[in-house]
Design a protein around this ligand. Structure first.
Ligand SMILES: O=C(O)CCC(=O)C(=O)O
Ligand SMILES: [Fe+2]
Length: 257
Protein backbone atom coordinates (compact mmCIF):
# COMPACT_ATOMS: atom_id res chain seq x y z
CA UNK A 1 0.00 0.00 0.00
CA UNK A 2 1.40 3.40 -0.95
CA UNK A 3 2.36 5.62 1.96
CA UNK A 4 -0.19 8.24 2.98
CA UNK A 5 0.48 10.90 5.57
CA UNK A 6 -1.63 10.73 8.73
CA UNK A 7 -1.92 13.39 11.41
CA UNK A 8 -1.52 10.66 14.03
CA UNK A 9 2.21 11.03 13.20
CA UNK A 10 2.17 14.47 14.81
CA UNK A 11 0.57 13.17 17.98
CA UNK A 12 2.96 10.22 18.17
CA UNK A 13 6.00 12.42 17.64
CA UNK A 14 4.98 14.78 20.46
CA UNK A 15 3.69 12.23 22.98
CA UNK A 16 5.98 9.23 22.37
CA UNK A 17 9.01 11.12 21.05
CA UNK A 18 8.96 9.20 17.75
CA UNK A 19 6.79 8.37 14.78
CA UNK A 20 7.28 6.00 11.84
CA UNK A 21 6.36 6.75 8.24
CA UNK A 22 5.62 3.16 7.24
CA UNK A 23 6.87 1.94 3.84
CA UNK A 24 7.55 5.46 2.62
CA UNK A 25 10.54 4.38 0.46
CA UNK A 26 9.47 2.85 -2.87
CA UNK A 27 10.88 -0.66 -3.57
CA UNK A 28 13.03 0.60 -6.47
CA UNK A 29 14.80 3.05 -4.15
CA UNK A 30 15.31 0.29 -1.55
CA UNK A 31 16.97 -1.80 -4.30
CA UNK A 32 19.37 1.02 -5.18
CA UNK A 33 20.13 1.88 -1.54
CA UNK A 34 20.76 -1.78 -0.61
CA UNK A 35 23.32 -2.02 -3.40
CA UNK A 36 25.25 1.06 -2.32
CA UNK A 37 25.06 0.20 1.40
CA UNK A 38 26.56 -3.26 0.71
CA UNK A 39 29.60 -1.33 -0.50
CA UNK A 40 29.38 0.94 2.57
CA UNK A 41 29.56 -2.16 4.82
CA UNK A 42 32.74 -3.31 3.04
CA UNK A 43 34.35 0.09 3.45
CA UNK A 44 33.32 0.37 7.12
CA UNK A 45 34.84 -3.04 7.93
CA UNK A 46 38.04 -2.29 6.04
CA UNK A 47 38.45 0.95 7.97
CA UNK A 48 37.18 0.05 11.45
CA UNK A 49 37.17 -3.74 11.64
CA UNK A 50 34.43 -6.36 11.48
CA UNK A 51 32.44 -4.95 14.38
CA UNK A 52 32.04 -1.49 12.72
CA UNK A 53 28.70 0.06 13.71
CA UNK A 54 28.46 2.72 10.98
CA UNK A 55 29.89 4.62 8.05
CA UNK A 56 29.27 8.37 8.25
CA UNK A 57 28.92 10.72 6.46
CA UNK A 58 28.19 9.04 3.14
CA UNK A 59 29.66 11.95 1.12
CA UNK A 60 33.14 11.21 2.53
CA UNK A 61 33.45 7.80 0.82
CA UNK A 62 33.77 6.38 -2.66
CA UNK A 63 30.11 5.41 -2.95
CA UNK A 64 27.54 6.00 -5.69
CA UNK A 65 25.85 9.13 -4.31
CA UNK A 66 22.87 8.89 -6.71
CA UNK A 67 20.60 6.73 -4.50
CA UNK A 68 21.39 8.91 -1.47
CA UNK A 69 20.37 11.99 -3.44
CA UNK A 70 17.16 10.24 -4.58
CA UNK A 71 16.41 9.55 -0.91
CA UNK A 72 17.08 13.21 -0.04
CA UNK A 73 14.76 14.38 -2.83
CA UNK A 74 11.88 11.94 -2.22
CA UNK A 75 8.82 14.26 -2.28
CA UNK A 76 6.72 12.13 0.13
CA UNK A 77 9.49 12.33 2.73
CA UNK A 78 10.10 16.04 2.34
CA UNK A 79 6.35 16.58 2.72
CA UNK A 80 5.86 14.29 5.74
CA UNK A 81 8.75 15.90 7.64
CA UNK A 82 7.42 19.36 6.80
CA UNK A 83 4.00 18.42 8.19
CA UNK A 84 5.29 16.95 11.46
CA UNK A 85 7.99 19.60 11.99
CA UNK A 86 8.27 22.42 9.44
CA UNK A 87 9.42 23.00 5.85
CA UNK A 88 12.71 24.23 7.33
CA UNK A 89 13.52 20.80 8.73
CA UNK A 90 15.46 18.93 6.05
CA UNK A 91 16.69 15.35 5.93
CA UNK A 92 19.20 13.87 3.51
CA UNK A 93 22.27 16.06 3.85
CA UNK A 94 24.97 13.72 2.51
CA UNK A 95 27.60 15.58 4.56
CA UNK A 96 25.75 14.56 7.74
CA UNK A 97 23.96 11.26 7.41
CA UNK A 98 25.46 7.79 7.54
CA UNK A 99 24.55 4.11 7.52
CA UNK A 100 24.15 1.91 10.61
CA UNK A 101 25.36 -1.64 9.94
CA UNK A 102 25.25 -5.17 11.37
CA UNK A 103 28.42 -6.32 13.15
CA UNK A 104 30.48 -8.99 11.33
CA UNK A 105 31.51 -11.25 14.22
CA UNK A 106 29.65 -10.98 17.51
CA UNK A 107 26.45 -9.57 19.02
CA UNK A 108 26.91 -6.38 21.02
CA UNK A 109 24.80 -3.65 22.54
CA UNK A 110 25.37 0.05 23.23
CA UNK A 111 24.69 1.53 26.66
CA UNK A 112 21.34 3.18 27.36
CA UNK A 113 21.80 6.86 26.62
CA UNK A 114 20.38 10.17 25.57
CA UNK A 115 22.41 11.58 22.68
CA UNK A 116 24.65 14.56 23.47
CA UNK A 117 24.11 14.36 27.23
CA UNK A 118 25.64 10.89 27.57
CA UNK A 119 27.89 10.47 24.56
CA UNK A 120 29.64 13.82 24.29
CA UNK A 121 32.26 14.27 26.94
CA UNK A 122 32.67 17.77 28.31
CA UNK A 123 29.22 18.92 27.11
CA UNK A 124 27.54 21.65 29.16
CA UNK A 125 24.67 19.52 30.50
CA UNK A 126 22.68 22.58 31.61
CA UNK A 127 22.72 23.78 27.99
CA UNK A 128 21.30 20.40 26.89
CA UNK A 129 18.66 20.36 29.65
CA UNK A 130 17.48 23.87 28.68
CA UNK A 131 17.08 22.78 25.05
CA UNK A 132 15.37 19.38 25.16
CA UNK A 133 11.90 20.79 24.38
CA UNK A 134 13.01 22.80 21.35
CA UNK A 135 11.54 21.20 18.19
CA UNK A 136 14.26 22.80 16.04
CA UNK A 137 16.85 20.60 17.76
CA UNK A 138 17.59 16.88 18.27
CA UNK A 139 15.47 15.43 15.44
CA UNK A 140 17.02 12.14 14.38
CA UNK A 141 16.12 9.54 11.76
CA UNK A 142 16.52 5.79 11.32
CA UNK A 143 15.41 4.75 7.83
CA UNK A 144 15.55 0.97 7.49
CA UNK A 145 16.53 -0.84 4.27
CA UNK A 146 16.00 -4.25 5.93
CA UNK A 147 13.71 -5.22 8.81
CA UNK A 148 15.37 -3.59 11.82
CA UNK A 149 14.47 -4.20 15.46
CA UNK A 150 17.84 -3.12 16.88
CA UNK A 151 16.79 0.19 18.40
CA UNK A 152 15.09 0.30 21.79
CA UNK A 153 13.52 3.43 23.27
CA UNK A 154 11.69 4.58 26.37
CA UNK A 155 8.57 6.14 24.83
CA UNK A 156 7.70 9.54 26.30
CA UNK A 157 11.10 10.11 27.90
CA UNK A 158 12.11 12.77 25.35
CA UNK A 159 10.64 15.77 27.17
CA UNK A 160 11.67 15.01 30.73
CA UNK A 161 14.79 14.52 32.79
CA UNK A 162 15.54 11.17 34.44
CA UNK A 163 13.03 9.69 36.84
CA UNK A 164 14.09 8.62 40.35
CA UNK A 165 13.87 4.99 39.19
CA UNK A 166 16.18 5.66 36.23
CA UNK A 167 18.65 7.54 38.41
CA UNK A 168 18.66 4.59 40.83
CA UNK A 169 19.40 2.19 37.94
CA UNK A 170 22.57 4.08 37.04
CA UNK A 171 23.93 5.38 40.35
CA UNK A 172 27.53 5.53 39.09
CA UNK A 173 26.97 8.44 36.68
CA UNK A 174 28.51 7.13 33.46
CA UNK A 175 26.10 4.46 32.24
CA UNK A 176 27.67 1.04 31.64
CA UNK A 177 26.59 -1.22 28.77
CA UNK A 178 25.99 -4.95 29.32
CA UNK A 179 28.95 -7.10 30.35
CA UNK A 180 29.73 -9.30 27.33
CA UNK A 181 33.38 -10.30 27.70
CA UNK A 182 33.99 -14.05 27.82
CA UNK A 183 30.44 -14.94 26.80
CA UNK A 184 29.47 -17.18 23.87
CA UNK A 185 27.60 -15.76 20.88
CA UNK A 186 24.21 -16.82 22.27
CA UNK A 187 25.07 -15.67 25.79
CA UNK A 188 25.96 -12.25 24.37
CA UNK A 189 22.59 -12.11 22.62
CA UNK A 190 20.80 -12.97 25.87
CA UNK A 191 22.83 -10.51 27.95
CA UNK A 192 22.06 -7.74 25.44
CA UNK A 193 18.37 -8.53 25.49
CA UNK A 194 18.28 -8.68 29.31
CA UNK A 195 20.04 -5.30 29.41
CA UNK A 196 17.51 -3.76 26.98
CA UNK A 197 14.59 -5.06 29.02
CA UNK A 198 16.07 -3.95 32.34
CA UNK A 199 15.15 -0.31 31.64
CA UNK A 200 11.71 0.64 33.01
CA UNK A 201 9.28 1.27 30.14
CA UNK A 202 11.69 0.08 27.42
CA UNK A 203 10.13 -0.80 24.05
CA UNK A 204 11.55 -1.98 20.75
CA UNK A 205 11.35 0.29 17.74
CA UNK A 206 10.20 -2.16 15.06
CA UNK A 207 10.93 -1.15 11.49
CA UNK A 208 10.31 -2.91 8.19
CA UNK A 209 12.21 -2.25 4.98
CA UNK A 210 11.35 1.20 3.71
CA UNK A 211 10.15 2.56 7.09
CA UNK A 212 11.39 5.96 8.21
CA UNK A 213 11.48 6.61 11.99
CA UNK A 214 11.64 10.26 13.01
CA UNK A 215 12.56 10.59 16.69
CA UNK A 216 13.86 12.90 19.38
CA UNK A 217 17.37 11.83 20.28
CA UNK A 218 16.68 13.21 23.77
CA UNK A 219 14.75 9.94 24.28
CA UNK A 220 16.40 7.19 26.27
CA UNK A 221 17.53 4.76 23.56
CA UNK A 222 20.11 2.18 22.54
CA UNK A 223 21.13 -0.18 19.74
CA UNK A 224 21.35 -3.97 20.22
CA UNK A 225 23.03 -5.80 17.33
CA UNK A 226 23.79 -9.29 16.00
CA UNK A 227 25.59 -10.46 12.84
CA UNK A 228 22.72 -12.71 11.73
CA UNK A 229 20.41 -9.66 11.59
CA UNK A 230 21.45 -7.90 8.41
CA UNK A 231 21.25 -4.18 8.88
CA UNK A 232 21.59 -1.15 6.67
CA UNK A 233 19.68 1.74 8.20
CA UNK A 234 20.19 5.32 7.11
CA UNK A 235 21.02 7.35 10.23
CA UNK A 236 20.00 10.88 9.50
CA UNK A 237 18.69 14.06 11.00
CA UNK A 238 15.82 16.43 10.22
CA UNK A 239 18.20 19.31 10.47
CA UNK A 240 17.71 23.07 10.86
CA UNK A 241 20.05 26.08 10.91
CA UNK A 242 19.25 26.36 14.63
CA UNK A 243 20.50 22.84 15.32
CA UNK A 244 23.66 23.48 13.29
CA UNK A 245 24.25 26.57 15.46
CA UNK A 246 23.51 24.60 18.67
CA UNK A 247 26.08 21.97 17.65
CA UNK A 248 28.63 24.70 16.92
CA UNK A 249 28.07 26.25 20.36
CA UNK A 250 28.21 22.85 22.07
CA UNK A 251 31.61 22.16 20.47
CA UNK A 252 32.83 25.60 21.51
CA UNK A 253 31.82 25.19 25.17
CA UNK A 254 33.47 21.73 25.18
CA UNK A 255 36.74 23.18 23.92
CA UNK A 256 36.78 25.97 26.49
CA UNK A 257 35.85 23.58 29.36
O1 LIG B 1 21.71 1.74 16.30
C1 LIG B 1 20.83 2.50 16.67
O2 LIG B 1 19.69 2.51 16.19
C2 LIG B 1 21.12 3.51 17.74
C3 LIG B 1 22.52 4.00 17.70
C4 LIG B 1 22.73 5.09 18.69
O3 LIG B 1 21.89 5.42 19.46
C5 LIG B 1 23.99 5.83 18.74
O4 LIG B 1 24.98 5.38 18.12
O5 LIG B 1 24.01 6.91 19.38
FE1 LIG C 1 22.13 7.42 20.26
Amino acid sequence: MAYQFSYSSLEEYHTLGYTVFRQILPPSLITDLRKVTDKAREIARERSGDQAQRLQPVSAYDLDQGPFQDYADLPELVDAIARVLSPRHRHGSRDLFGVLLDPGELPWCTAWHRDWRDNMSGLDIAMWERSIGDANLFNQVNCALYEDNCTWVVPGSHMRLDTAEEKASFPQGAIPGPKLDGLTYEERERAGLDYCRSMPGAARLCLDAGDFALYRNTLWHLGNYAPHLKRATLHDSADTPEFAEWRRQAQETRKSA
